[in-house]
Ligand binder design. Sequence first.
Ligand SMILES: C[S@@+](CC[C@H](N)C(=O)[O-])C[C@H]1O[C@@H](n2cnc3c(N)ncnc32)[C@H](O)[C@@H]1O
Length: 314
Amino acid sequence: MVARSQRDKAGVDLLELYRWAVQAPETHATVLRLMFERLHPGHTPTVLREDFAGTSAEAVAWLALAPGRQAVAVDLDGPTVAWARRRAERLLGDCAAALQFVEADVVATAPPAVPAAHILSVLNFSILYLREPAQLQAYLQHAWHCLAPQGVLVLNLFGGPAAKKPRSDRHLITPQPRLPTEAAIPPFEYTWEQRHFDARTRHIDCRIHFRTADPAHPGRVLDLRDAFRYRWRLWTVAELTSALHAAGFATVQVWRHTHDPAPGGAGVFLGAVDPRVLDPLAHWTAYVLASRVSSEDGSASSPSAARSGPSSAA
Ligand SMILES: C[S@@+](CC[C@H](N)C(=O)[O-])C[C@H]1O[C@@H](n2cnc3c(N)ncnc32)[C@H](O)[C@@H]1O
């Protein structure tokens, strides 16, 4: 995930910049709890598993926001896991013991080595790492087995015509900590670049660039191009939905979390939508929720032995 040589050369902590630029972990931890509670009224989730965890910031926020919780964070990159562990210990103190870090491939990590999860979160579009239909299908079947009986898998996705065109979005980031133990860092510039989309394979090449103060040379600015690079496959909602059903999930829903600033607090929406609402949007992000339990009659699903991948039709 990290262009480590660049981090060493520049003396800049790229994961720290990434955390402030693209993550809202306390919001995500709250949204994940609300999703579970809306799907299973009267039940309280306690175990969060974060796959492709990177900074593991959601797992940390999950533990920081309520007592009596457990979290598991899985990532295969050793230096990233070590960074996340140091951050968790700094922010959570003794409570960091409730966070189990696993340095491994997500498909190699399952109960009983880790607790069965009430919520398995795969956010920041990490499902797009799985570029082959068979790889996606194998992971979703594995995810089904890693969940508690009422467990919910939460993915997110982006799309729309604008997601397929080369573009760069530049933002000034001014870190504003929400946990009392987290320190702010100075403002910096963050750019999300979609460099190339191949319509045939749906492979997409995305980059993150930063511009920040040079710690070695006060007054100078460092231009950190390609701090992170992602070679993803832009799955469609239809492809993911069909793969989730094939993996054995009983309920699959598309959710949006949107904010219309005009009516103030009343403009916040979080809930299930008809996937067709995405069709006219130039660019959208959405969550895909998959539950082992049917939302119709509460019946439990069975894991699928299906080995076929999702259809490649959008
Ligand atoms: C987009 S990044 C981080 C996403 C994370 N949810 C976040 O918000 O920071 C994805 C991470 O997935 C990890 N990763 C990629 N493929 C993986 C796999 N098969 N198993 C475990 N980790 C993986 C990378 O090492 C990287 O740290």
